[in-house]
Design a binder for this molecule. Structure first.
Ligand SMILES: [Zn+2]
Length: 198
């Protein structure tokens, strides 16, 4: 998912799980490589991703690559494996510093994530690196509980979040299921041409 990253840094949540908030890409032990991001209508974006072994070397490398690619993409607050051409249930999120973020868990990668609780649905604007010319209004839960596994250790995590981070997680979990935000908009009236600044 993409959005402008600026403004005061939102407060980091601590608590639900020791480990997640302190997790760093360096903990993966491999350097990530920047991979090209594919755009719609590439078929990998509409395919449900495979469940992965979070402890495999392949998954760890993919996690590092997702973070490396997210880091070099201005405004990118989340990136899922299908967006780099890999049909797998793995994604990275980092909403640190985003003005709309309330709860912030820093940079993290989740494998095989599922939504276990979704409440307080609200519409909000979304963009996507794989849909570079459009944005859209999408209803998402603003209170969210997600379960998944960390790459490397495979440790199970239960993430409780809200607002913009919750939106980013739902956007990336959708990517892993072969869905784009365009599949979630209420209709053509909720899709907008992205402004281009020259
Ligand atoms: Zn996206």
């Amino acid at each position: 998912m993409s959005g402008e990253v600026q403004g005061p840094e939102a407060g980091r949540a601590d608590g639900e799980y020791a480990g997640l908030g302190d997790w760093t890409p360096e903990a993966l032990g491999v350097a990530g490589a920047v991979r090209p991001v594919v755009a719609a209508p590439h078929p990998v974006l509409s395919r449900a991703g495979e469940t992965v072994d979070p402890t495999s070397a392949e998954t760890v490398r993919l996690a590092a690559d997702l973070i490396a690619t997210m880091r070099v993409s201005p405004g990118c607050v989340g990136l899922a494996a299908p967006q780099v051409g890999v049909s797998a249930r793995v994604f990275a999120v980092d909403v640190t510093g985003h003005p709309k973020a309330v709860t912030v868990h820093g940079t993290f990668v989740l494998c095989n994530a599922t939504v276990v609780e979704a409440t307080r649905w609200k519409a909000g604007r979304e963009g996507c690196m794989s849909v570079p010319d459009l944005t859209g209004d999408v209803k998402r839960a603003s209170r969210l509980v997600v379960e998944g596994e960390l790459p490397g250790t495979g440790a199970p995590v239960r993430l409780v979040t809200d607002g913009f981070e919750a939106r980013a997680l739902q956007h990336e979990i959708d990517h892993c299921a072969g869905l784009l935000f365009l599949d979630r908009v209420a209709g053509a009236h909720a899709v907008y041409q992205r402004k281009v600044y020259l």
